[in-house]
Design a protein around this ligand. Sequence first.
Ligand code: GDP
Length: 362
Amino acid sequence: EEAAAKEEEKPKELRSPICVVLGHVDAGKTKLLDKIRQTNVQEGEAGGITQQIGATYFPIDAIQQKAEKLALDSGFEFKVPGLLIIDTPGHESFSNLRSRGSSLCNIAILVVDILSGLEAQTRESIGLLRQRKTPFVVALNKVDRLYGWKSTPGGAIRDSFAIQPKSTMQEFDDRLRRVMGQLAEEGLNSKMYYENESFARNVSIVPTSAMTGEGIPDLLYLVLKLTQERMTKNLMYLSEIEATVLEVKVVEGLGTTVDVILSNGILKEGDRIVLCGMSGPIVTSIRALLTPQPMREIRVKSPYVHHKQVKAAMGVKISANNLDGAIAGSRLLVVGPDDDEDELREEVMEDLAQLMASIDRS
Ligand code: GDP
């Protein structure tokens, strides 16, 4: 028993958490993602930040560098290798949340425009996140639009607060209180993230500006801290793979391909895979596992880098025969040596009705 307990304590290798960005149209989802990428690149922290298929990968070093500026919880130690943020806000990733088997994301950022407060799609997103039991934080965005706001580009939010005119902070407080009231109407207690002592009880609010980058260090830090503290179990490596089809795309020279988020496990070239198709289950073998070329490599012939295998968490394009009719949102299973292929065909098709319904809605 004691040995088992020791085994439990031993730090295990963790995978990167996966984050999705949701919110009402025009709240700033796209701009926020752009800003997260851009500020990192501008500050020379690009090393290791990689554009994947449908996602951007941020190694922990790049995030930690920002977190240090916050001089917060300096004792906090990051154990995950990085963060994978899904790039397609609102779009397929949104309806993917509806697919039952999918464990697409570990945490969500719900973007709310501070001037508009909660809107129809914000409320819809809250409903989905609850249904999926996905933890989330609120990015209270566009603080730079408050009257008289003085920006400190890329800064931590409390440093920004410290230099605002009194009237601007008064407006902030009023609008914050309004949003908190609206969240309460949805049955959610909320707190400013640095005053939140119980992630389980209260949703954390992080004021941000996707325009100036203020609050983005706070946001990244919080997302990492939250996933690591609350979800270590979900971040353990599994021998079984977990993967979701994000998009189905025809690519010149490759035919129909599927863009996949690999949430757990390892995918290999040649793996036999099963996914959900319009006219029945699709069973095929992975011909190629592809990610985009790094930006610098302009002379190379193919726009893609080929991989013998990829390890979660990762966004990857799969090229294979017979992918016509594959459905976005479908789970992707690998046929292991002991698996019954027919069972996997059935398993993957269990989600069909729900997937079709979400396609109809989008
Ligand atoms: P999405 O529909 O949620 O992806 O919203 P976008 O990212 O496209 O943003 C909608 C509009 O708001 C665009 O014109 C953005 O430039 C603008 N916007 C987004 N975030 C901010 C912000 O923090 N401050 C300001 N001033 N404008 C923003």
